[in-house]
Design a protein around this ligand. Structure first.
Ligand SMILES: *Cc1c(COP(=O)(O)O)cnc(C)c1O
Length: 515
């Protein structure tokens, strides 16, 4: 199986090469040359297998070029770090609505689903490459993983790449743009190869800086001169997407096992969406043959995707990032949409053209035929900040299930859709543990408007983020994952900020690679 750029089919590489590169040399994203089909017989066979083995078979379907024994070993090592035996358990919420809980990994958010796997595959691919280099007398290659994060990716990437051989990991997060807990999770990381910076800008500034640095020839040539290369752990890396396909398949099988559906009957999948990675994985599962009737793309007040799916225009003009209680979805440029547009158009020239429009004119408009195809697959929706919190509260009163605000966005649109399509079960991706967003969950449970500052809420004024989480746990009888509960006992290791200018960030990276 070869992978090529969404912008040029002649630029094609193997899985191991693609995982190391992250982004294609022309700025496009890597896509598989074909999406393998899964038969209903195969699906039925999977239903008796543990999560890691389903993952193994899905990876084999995509013809990942890693030998079976190694692949099995790496997958079992990755999924051992989850604190639930099913890895991604499915729970029944109400009526036809189910949640697939993607937050049982070491950082309590869904990014772990991929970022516990991808770094191990990365380290393996690098070791293979260095073995070949050694044979031909070349020095070992090192990698700098550069990650822009709106919150959850950073911690999950730091955890995933911690202490791996010949790899340094640098994370840039918007200073003041992530929750204090998310920040603590990052700045208390104690691996020997981890570097964390608060960037003085928003998430898009961080992502743009990363994109600039990747394509800055002068800088990358300098790195190469000292045997360093850059790569990304953002969800633009194909190694991030592939592991995410797995839980859509296992959650479908769960509904079969529970006699909610029979194999072959349709489900709807709802995903609270930001960079479009998680929902794109659901799209791949659908294209492989999982009977998915609709993919619900749920947005917060940064509803550029909602506008895109309803009007056929992706428009950055006159748009500013809005702060929401679901900060991991506060994104204007949903990078993975490019892959979807490749798959539905089937033409790299077309993708190249609209991506040029986006860069030069700050918008693109898709053709009518593509717009219609997307309308058959996707159902878009969006939720305001206060609705997100009041809905979280409503679901807690109704079911005593406590969701995080990202999940609330997904379930809100799922409920709206289900009212119109009551026969079809809906699987909602539950993307974070509530305890990662304790202050907003507190506001939700006490019907406090989202916009009210924590310091204007008398009982919270003196409290840290973790103390508020403990208050919520006490009031609701819910428990707190250990990785979060222990945060205020950990030492702060990273406390640097950096301006948003890419050249300033490059200076910091130079200091790291020069030791
Ligand atoms: C990253 C993230 C999302 C958005 O997922 P995308 O793949 O970027 O669309 C939603 N919720 C949480 C908690 C996340 O961390």
């Amino acid at each position: 199986m070869r992978y090529f750029s969404t912008r040029d089919a002649n630029l094609n590489f193997s899985f191991q090469e693609v995982i190391l590169k992250g982004i294609a040399p022309d700025g496009g994203l890597f896509v598989p040359e074909k999406i393998p089909a899964l038969s209903m017989d195969e699906l039925e066979k999977f239903s008796s297998l543990p999560y890691r083995e389903v993952a193994f078979h899905i990876f084999k379907k995509f013809e990942v070029d890693i030998d079976d024994e190694t692949l099995k070993f790496l997958l079992s090592r990755a999924f051992k770090r989850f604190n639930h035996p099913e890895v991604a358990p499915v729970v029944h919420l109400k009526e036809k609505i189910f949640l697939v809980e993607l937050f049982h990994g070491p950082t309590s958010a869904f990014k772990d689903m991929a970022l516990q796997v991808m770094p191990l595959l990365f380290e393996f691919s690098l070791r293979e490459l260095n073995r070949k280099r050694e044979d031909s007398g070349e020095p070992a290659l090192h990698y700098m993983i550069l990650v822009a994060t709106s919150g959850d990716t950073g911690t999950a990437a730091l955890e995933g790449f911690k202490n791996l051989e010949n790899i340094e990991i640098t994370v840039l997060y918007p200073k003041g743009g992530v929750s204090d807990l998310q920040e603590l999770q990052m700045i208390t990381q104690d691996g020997f190869n981890q570097h964390v910076y608060g960037i003085l800008g928003d998430f898009d500034d961080a992502q743009n800086a990363v994109k600039f640095i990747f394509t800055d020839r002068k800088f990358t040539q300098y790195l190469e001169s000292i045997n360093y290369k850059l790569s990304s752990a953002n969800s633009i890396n194909w190694g991030r997407l592939l592991p995410q396909v797995v839980y859509y398949i296992t959650s479908y099988l769960h509904l079969v096992k529970k006699n909610v559906i029979r194999v072959g009957e349709p489900v709807t999948i709802a995903v609270p969406t930001g960079n479009f990675g998680n929902i794109l994985a659901a799209y791949y599962a659908k294209e492989m043959g999982i009977p998915v009737e609709k993919l619900i793309c749920a947005s917060n007040e940064n509803k550029i995707l909602y506008d895109f799916f309803t009007a056929g225009v992706y428009d950055l003009r006159n748009r500013k990032l809005i702060k929401t209680p679901s900060p991991s979805m506060d994104i204007l440029i949903s990078s993975n949409l490019e892959r979807l547009l490749y798959h539905v158009s089937g033409e790299t020239e077309y993708v190249r053209k609209i991506m040029t429009d986006l860069r030069e004119k700050k918008f693109f408009e898709i053709e009518k035929s593509i717009f219609e195809k997307l309308g058959e697959i996707f159902y878009p929706g969006w939720v305001t900040n206060d609705e997100t919190l009041s809905f979280l509260n409503k679901i807690f009163r109704e079911t005593s299930y406590l969701m995080d605000p990202h999940t609330s966005v997904g379930v809100k649109i799922a409920e709206e859709y289900s009212a119109k399509n009551p026969a079809i079960p809906i699987i909602v991706a539950s993307t974070a543990h509530w305890a990662k967003f304790g202050i907003d969950v507190y506001k939700a449970l006490h019907s406090i408007p989202y916009a009210r500052d924590k310091n204007d809420i008398p009982e919270l004024r003196e409290k840290s983020g973790i103390e508020v989480v403990r208050m919520v746990a006490e009031q609701t009888g819910k428990s707190i994952p250990e990785n979060i509960n222990s945060l205020d006992k950990k030492k702060i290791i990273h406390n640097r900020t950096v301006p948003k200018e890419p050249l300033k960030i490059e200076e910091e990276l130079k200091k790291i690679v020069e030791g």
